[in-house]
Design a protein around this ligand. Structure first.
Ligand code: HEC
Length: 147
């Protein structure tokens, strides 16, 4: 009898966890997943590399002599990436941006600029940095609005 009471709740808990991800919880960008310092470092990456096509505010404004880029923050951007994980965004940015020189920055710089993009989108900073680790980023989802 006692055995059964213990076993059933434990099975329910285990069934709720995605395979191979023991202990990792799903979060969204609204859960304070980066730090203010990280976003500030990312801001420098943006203004050094990305802003000439995506704008200082990530709204897609570009310098006159540069190819235009889409918004990389706020509504239209979040709508487009809704439901995808930060692992996909990290992979995309790292392997395609800037278009004339992809993978030219460190993983740390790419994840920092993502923190900056999230901050521009209105997501709150928290106590822990986003790590440049796809296995962690896989559990952080992009949502348009806090739930
Ligand atoms: C030379 C101009 C240029 C630079 C510099 C550049 N990008 Fe882009 N970026 C583009 C263009 C053009 C696209 C659209 C590509 C496509 O749709 O195939 C794009 C697309 C993106 C997207 C996807 C946007 C969407 O609508 O899904 C992200 C995110 C992004 N860039 C981030 C960055 C970051 C971060 C940097 C700096 C490390 C950067 N880009 C540097 C031109 C640029």
């Amino acid at each position: 009898m006692l055995k059964r009471f213990v076993a059933v709740p434990l099975m329910l808990v285990l069934a709720g966890l995605p395979g191979g991800s023991f202990g990792q919880e799903e979060r969204t960008i609204w859960d304070g997943v980066f730090t203010a310092d990280q976003a500030l470092r990312g801001k420098q990456v943006n203004s050094g590399v990305c802003s000439k096509c995506h704008g200082d505010r990530g709204d897609g404004a570009n310098e006159p002599d540069q190819p235009g880029g889409p918004a990389i923050a706020r509504f239209s951007f979040l709508r487009k990436w809704e439901g995808t994980s930060l692992a996909s965004l990290f992979e995309y940015v790292k392997t395609t941006m800037p278009p004339d020189n992809p993978a030219s920055r460190t993983d740390q710089q790419y994840i920092d600029v993502i923190a900056h993009m999230l901050e521009l989108s209105g997501a709150p900073a928290g106590d822990t940095e986003l790590p440049p680790d796809p296995e962690v980023l896989d559990f952080v989802y992009i949502e348009q609005k806090p739930q």
